[in-house]
Design a protein around this ligand. Structure first.
Ligand SMILES: [Zn+2]
Ligand SMILES: [Zn+2]
Length: 184
């Protein structure tokens, strides 16, 4: 029967997740903007032009700040798998780069940057690099699955698909085209 569980369901769920993510982003950006207006009034004129965009091809970082464009770019794949708290940390981190550049002409992770982070309510003031890398490491962890292959011993999927299957997504084995089942 479920021969056609199809990409439509998967695409639909992906679409729903993206809508939820955008809604979350509106809330979180507004919350941060209020703090910016309080603590960094000189940045207030720039706050309306402050923008974000998702990049679905980003692999090596959680986010990136573009000073001239007053823009932050975020790792879509990562964001679809982070907790709300983690997403907030990344957004605060990148916006803090924009502000510490405007205020202190500071582009690194030094003291001025950490001051901004603290004011905007970041929980993580020091280990943001290992934080980013940590997630990328998690992403490379592979999980075995069962399918229709005679020997599925070497068949693996990454953490993102593993988590999606747990949520109800269906994926097919590329070799045998059976629906992938998680082991255990
Ligand atoms: Zn940074
Ligand atoms: Zn298979």
């Amino acid at each position: 029967m479920p021969t056609n569980v199809s990409n439509n369901d998967t695409m639909e769920k992906f679409h729903q997740e993206c809508i939820l993510l955008e809604t979350f982003m509106v809330d979180i950006i507004n919350e941060i903007k209020v703090k910016v207006c309080i603590f960094f009034p000189n940045f207030t004129k720039d706050i309306n032009s402050l923008n974000y965009r998702f990049n679905s091809r980003m692999r090596t970082t959680a986010g990136r700040a573009y000073f001239k464009q007053n823009l932050i770019e975020l790792n879509l794949r990562l964001f679809l798998n982070l907790s709300d708290l983690e997403k907030k940390e990344v957004v605060i981190h990148e916006i803090s780069h924009l502000i510490s550049f405007q205020y202190f002409h500071h582009t690194a992770h030094g003291k001025p940057f950490r001051e901004v982070l603290k004011k905007l309510g970041a929980k993580n003031l020091s280990a943001f690099h290992s934080y980013n890398v940590q997630h990328l490491k998690n992403k490379t962890k592979l999980f075995k699955y069962s399918c229709g292959c005679v020997s599925s011993e070497n068949n693996t999927i990454g953490k993102i698909r593993y988590n999606r299957i747990k949520k109800g997504y269906k994926y097919r084995c590329k070799k045998c085209n059976f629906i992938i089942k998680l082991i255990k």
